[in-house]
Design a protein around this ligand. Structure first.
Ligand SMILES: Nc1nc2c(ncn2[C@@H]2O[C@H](COP(=O)(O)OP(=O)(O)O)[C@@H](O)[C@H]2O)c(=O)[nH]1
Ligand SMILES: [Mg+2]
Length: 319
């Protein structure tokens, strides 16, 4: 399958093309990056919902319940599970897969886990590319699950329009330990496993913590109680997400976000060119020559200019 066929296939919503494209993107190589950049202008229609929180709070169960409920509302749903600690064949993901089965048999749902084996920053870039692809493929809603563990996961949540932070009772004492970063990115909070003891305590502690974070004037994050494995509270959660989406639209925040994402694409391309130049020149004599001249006291920026010029000439000659 060549790039053009793949690109056309993705835009037509062909599942095999979507699968292949996501593999390219997850590899982190040039072809995946180019594909994601080309697809960007066709994205921007989907609503992108991030679901984050500590391991075991019930995020995957919640995503499953959300997907089923959204399908009943005639939404098509793309699901990305981003978990660098779980390779494709790993137990956790396999378990998720099985529980996702109910929605997976349905053509209106596409589920994929990303493992991105790439360098630092590779994971969030792959996630952005994958969201772009699913958006361009025409899914109405994209659900992105991340373990709210590190900076990469917080970065990924920047690509979501509405971020749902999931907690569970029994983490009561831990609630103080929740990273402030996670609290700040939450637009909707869920206390899942509300069948368990200590729900009200968790809700109260959470409300207390949220009152300390700088408050947006127009949006107060609601706290929704759910029991994901029995699909309790899912409609309330969808309503809360929809209210947040309405808020974003009314304040023109979706357009702002799209503008920043286009800037981000530009930054990534610039970064790619810089890396390409470096890789190319490390192989050439000019690199060694430059290092030696710098050792001898020459200005490095002169060489940078020269590297760019030589690269530009070579690329315009199609080398
Ligand atoms: N008691 C109870 N268990 C739940 C609920 N939701 C999910 N679980 C269970 O919690 C465990 C972890 O769920 P999972 O969705 O994999 O959590 P994740 O790691 O956050 O994705 C599983 O055994 C679920 O069946 C709930 O509302 N109540
Ligand atoms: Mg999970």
């Amino acid at each position: 399958m060549n790039v053009q066929m793949l690109y056309d296939g993705i835009l037509a919503g062909n599942r095999r093309a979507v699968a292949r494209g996501l593999t390219w993107i997850d590899e982190g190589g040039t072809r995946g990056k180019d594909l994601a950049h080309r697809l960007f202008s066709h994205a921007g229609k989907a609503r992108v919902i991030g679901i984050t929180g500590a391991p075991g709070v019930g995020k995957s169960t919640l995503v499953n319940a959300l997907a089923i409920s959204l399908r009943h509302r005639q939404n098509t749903v793309g699901i990305l599970a981003v978990d660098p600690s779980s390779p494709f064949t790993g137990g956790a993901i396999l378990g998720d897969r099985i529980r996702m089965q109910e929605s997976v048999d349905d053509k209106g749902v596409y589920m994929r886990s990303l493992a991105s084996r790439g360098h630092a920053g590779g994971l969030s870039r792959a996630a952005f590319g994958a969201i772009t692809l699913l958006d361009a493929a025409g899914f109405d809603t994209i659900l992105v699950e991340t373990v709210g563990a590190g900076q990469a996961e917080v970065d990924i949540m920047r690509y979501a329009q509405s971020v749902v932070v999931v907690l569970a009772p029994g983490l009561g004492d831990d609630i103080q330990a929740i990273k402030a970063g996670i609290l700040e990115i939450g637009n909707v909070f869920v206390v899942n496993k509300s069948d368990r003891e200590g729900v009200e305590l968790t809700v109260r502690s959470l409300r207390g913590l949220l009152s300390l974070t700088p408050e947006s004037v127009d949006w107060t994050p609601p706290i929704i109680k759910t029991e994901a494995d029995r699909a309790v509270g899912i409609d309330q959660l969808i309503d809360a997400i929809e209210q947040h989406q309405t808020y974003l639209r009314q304040h023109n925040l979706l357009n702002d976000r799209r503008y920043r994402q286009a800037e981000h694409v530009l930054e990534q391309s610039l970064d790619d060119v810089r890396k390409e130049i470096e890789v190319d020149f490390r192989r050439k004599a000019l690199w060694k020559e430059a290092v030696e001249e710098i050792l001898a006291g020459q200005d490095a920026s002169r060489y940078v200019r020269k590297l760019f010029e030589t690269w530009l000439n070579a690329t315009s000659r199609g080398e």
